[in-house]
Design a protein around this ligand. Structure first.
Ligand code: SF4
Ligand code: SF4
Length: 187
């Protein structure tokens, strides 16, 4: 099923995905190290430790009235520091996928960004920044956003962090890889 099609919290695919998350955090001892390590915790209404508590006590629905999991920047600090060695960044990534399946308002911006990012990588073999951001701003349908990001874009370009053009790898080269990931996710 495409992530743009809406599912609900009781659909079999979502239940399976939540079970996967539960399995990933089942040995959590609620020590709070993940929350204390997270650089984005100040933007979250639920801390990482609280998220795992909800998952473990079968109150996952409450997670999706929060936008905490969408604030994760995948920095891996929680994963590196968890004393139980839990794959927490992967667990948050799974929550993001579920948020996209549920078509949540809070997930739409990050879902749009990730989908365009992956389309871009699939098409060119790496990120083509100018095209990615152009398509992202178009998708947001908010004319103010590109204006707000213009100074940052110019500063990055000046430092050589954004390249207007780069040779493309050609379509299809990464299709096998993407297909394998899709099969693994849906399997
Ligand atoms: S650091 Fe690990 S064990 Fe501690 S609360 Fe977070 S997930 Fe649980
Ligand atoms: S991976 Fe996400 S949840 Fe974990 S510390 Fe980084 S931002 Fe926080």
């Amino acid at each position: 099923m495409s992530v743009s099609q809406k599912e609900d919290i009781n659909s079999p695919g979502v239940i399976r995905a939540l079970d996967r998350v539960k399995g990933m955090v089942k040995t959590c001892i609620q020590c709070g190290t993940c929350s204390a390590s997270c650089p984005n915790v100040h933007f979250m209404d639920l801390t990482p430790r609280q998220m795992w508590r909800l998952v473990l006590t079968d109150r996952s629905a409450d997670l999706f009235t929060s936008q905490s999991f969408t604030m994760c920047s995948a920095c891996y600090w929680c994963t590196l520091r968890c004393p139980r060695g839990l794959a927490l960044t992967a667990a948050v990534a799974e929550l993001k996928q579920i948020g996209a399946r549920l078509n949540l308002q809070t997930s739409k911006k990050s879902d749009l960004f990730y989908r365009l990012f992956l389309d871009n990588v699939r098409q060119y073999g790496r990120v083509r920044e100018m095209e990615l951001m152009g398509r992202y701003f178009l998708g947001l349908k908010n004319p103010v956003t590109p204006i707000a990001y213009t100074p940052l874009g110019l500063a990055l370009m000046k430092r050589g962090k954004i390249h207007p053009q780069m040779p493309g790898q050609g379509p299809g080269k990464l299709d096998g890889l993407f297909e394998a990931v899709r099969e693994r996710r849906d399997g």
